[in-house]
Design a protein around this ligand. Structure first.
Ligand code: NAD
Length: 254
């Protein structure tokens, strides 16, 4: 009624429904937390093997969990069905699920190429296609894709990963014009070294150098990435289209 505002009137994502892939841990879990803080209802997606961690995140953000491998043929359809059935709409998709299978090029076996390209880029393409052709996506969709500084500058031992993340940047640039026609945006976030399980496996010396090079004088944290994703998903970023925002604590060239 006149004179009363809903409790969450000042939260930028109030009333929005967001899907976050790879949400069971690391950067994805932090993105789920941050979007929920900003008022969104979150669908947390991850593989069945991560089910327990995924349920913890979904409960924490008062959203729902969807156990799903993003490389499944029907991943886009299942995401849409879940969001519509449980929450009545879908506004924001954060493509965060990603893997590394590092090896120097001479030892980069086909399975290492295929698995990394399948999870990191092909899944994003196919889910976007399913959502954008369904007619059931919101009228002002926000798509935020996790790229990486490896996809811009390359990284020794990561030809497959760099190719996948460079591919994400190209895909975002090509998708953005399709979305602007109906008030939507697509953008990418390119983190540098962030302290997660993914980077816990890299050599100690490499980690030490990465921390020293960062303006923060430490490794980046998942929340640094999550805040940038939340901005790109928010109404405030409505004019930011087809961009790559680096969150790497460095003034990188290239
Ligand atoms: P992480 O390994 O800690 O977490 C990744 C999550 O994705 C896991 O929960 C995993 O189960 C899930 N996942 C993997 N394959 C999946 C699939 N097929 N279907 C559904 N879920 C799947 O990784 P992170 O460090 O949090 O990375 C998150 C994203 O950020 C990735 O896209 C990664 O490439 C990107 N990134 C990370 C860094 C970094 O330094 N950590 C830097 C640049 C970019």
């Amino acid at each position: 009624s006149a004179g009363t505002l809903p409790d969450d009137w000042d939260r930028p994502l109030a009333g929005r429904v967001a899907v976050v892939t790879g949400a069971a841990r690391g950067i994805g879990a932090s993105i789920a937390d941050t979007l929920a803080r900003d008022g969104a209802t979150v669908v947390a997606v991850d593989v069945p093997a991560a089910g327990e961690q995924l349920a913890t995140v979904a409960n924490r953000v008062r959203g729902t969990a969807l156990q799903l491998d993003v490389t499944a043929d029907d991943a886009g359809a299942r995401i849409l069905e879940h969001a519509l059935q449980r929450h009545g709409r879908l506004d924001i998709v954060v493509h965060n699920a990603g893997i590394t299978r590092d090896k120097l090029l001479a030892n980069m076996t086909p399975d290492k190429w295929d698995s990394v390209l399948a999870v990191n880029i092909a899944s994003q393409l196919r889910i976007n296609e399913a959502l954008l052709t369904s007619g059931d996506f919101t009228d002002a969709p926000r798509i935020v894709s996790l790229a990486s500084t490896s996809g811009i500058a390359g990284n020794r031992g990561q030809t497959n990963y760099a190719a996948s993340k460079g591919g994400v940047i190209g895909m975002v640039r090509a998708t953005a014009p399709l979305l602007t026609a109906f008030g939507g945006t697509a953008n990418a976030v390119a983190p540098g070294f962030i302290e997660t399980d993914m980077t816990a496996r890299i050599p100690a010396l490499t980690r030490q150098v990465a921390r020293r090079l960062n303006s923060l004088q430490q490794g980046g944290l998942p929340v640094d990435v999550a805040e940038t994703v939340a901005f790109l998903a928010s109404p405030a970023a409505g004019g930011v289209v087809g961009r790559v925002l680096r969150v790497c604590g460095q003034n990188m060239v290239g």
